[in-house]
Design a binder for this molecule. Structure first.
Ligand SMILES: Cc1cc2nc3c(=O)[nH]c(=O)nc-3n(C[C@H](O)[C@H](O)[C@H](O)COP(=O)(O)O)c2cc1C
Length: 277
């Protein structure tokens, strides 16, 4: 099949999804002799208009895994505003060394329902948003080599297609999709007020540059007083990890318990990145 444009379309709070989706799409474009374009829907502005793709385009759609699924606050945009028309696609998820659970399956299902034909997929490990030691430095060289392998195999598959395949690619995950993963306390109870946790600001370090307010995917930080989170925080950690002064952090007890538990359970092991073709 002839593809004219390969797109990287992605949400990425801390940059790991962007790194993988753009690399994969660029590489595919090169191998297919197609042009490369990208659309970043991390910021509210990137979600203002619907996206529609045609039969001579290929879309790499990337999202991080939040609570084992596609981030729930981004799901409406993906479901309602990203459509294909017999468009080949590669759903890609990034996950923080715990598990991608049903994130890739959910993304594949939503895309299939929206007129895409997923022909390959990937679940790649990225440094966990909540931590500097969980999945530290990933995706690394080994992960990116797997992404290169996926690009090569997907390009070969596309070149060999005379028509759209009858079935989408098989990926790991449950169908029907399971409920969101719930952080639990030491008694096995859901952590109280976890969803209400939001970052605080060390005013001795903060230089009021306003970067955090501009970066927040939810537009939740007051640009006139960046210590105030006036909107909904999805805990993507863009403000925490990208603040040049290290002025943002979480002090919420339940959040910190969950972060340390994840680090205790999963930091020592290397979770596998996986490709599906
Ligand atoms: C709210 C939230 C929930 C998360 N849930 C999971 C999870 O269920 N499993 C996992 O392995 N990583 C989880 N992560 C980690 C991210 O999937 C991972 O760090 C990813 O690389 C972040 O992508 P980004 O850099 O594009 O923002 C979660 C991160 C956040 C912010």
């Amino acid at each position: 099949m002839e593809i004219k444009t390969v797109w990287a379309v992605y949400f990425s709070g801390t940059g790991t999804t962007e790194k993988v989706a753009t690399h994969l799409a660029r590489s595919l474009a090169g191998q297919l002799g197609a042009q490369y374009k990208s659309h970043d829907y991390t910021q509210p502005k990137g979600r203002e208009n619907a996206l529609q793709f045609g039969p001579d385009e290929l879309v790499v759609l990337g999202t991080p895994v939040y609570a084992g699924r596609v981030p729930n606050m981004m799901l409406p945009f993906v479901q309602n505003s990203i459509h294909g028309e017999g468009t080949l696609a590669v759903p890609v998820v990034l996950y923080g060394n715990r598990n991608f659970d049903d994130g890739l399956m959910e993304l594949k299902q939503v895309m299939t329902a929206n007129g895409f034909l997923p022909i390959a997929g990937a679940a790649i490990v990225g440094e966990h948003s909540f931590s500097k030691i969980l999945g530290a430095g990933r995706p690394d060289g080994e992960d990116m080599a797997l992404v290169d392998q996926l690009a090569q195999q997907t390009a070969e598959k596309v070149k060999g297609l005379a028509a759209l395949p009858a079935e989408p690619v098989q990926v790991e995950g449950c169908d029907p999709i399971r409920p969101y993963y719930t952080p639990r306390d030491r008694n096995g109870e859901p952590i109280k007020d976890f969803l209400k946790a939001k970052p605080v600001t060390d005013l001795d370090k903060c230089v009021r540059c306003g970067l955090c307010a501009r970066l927040c995917p939810m537009g939740a930080i007051d640009p006139n007083d960046v210590s105030q989170v006036v909107g909904k925080c999805i805990k993507c950690c863009a403000c925490v990890k990208k603040c040049p002064m290290g002025a943002k952090y979480f002090d919420h007890e339940g959040y910190l318990y969950h972060q340390h538990e994840l680090e205790d359970l999963y930091a020592a092991r290397r979770a596998e990145s996986k490709i599906f073709i």
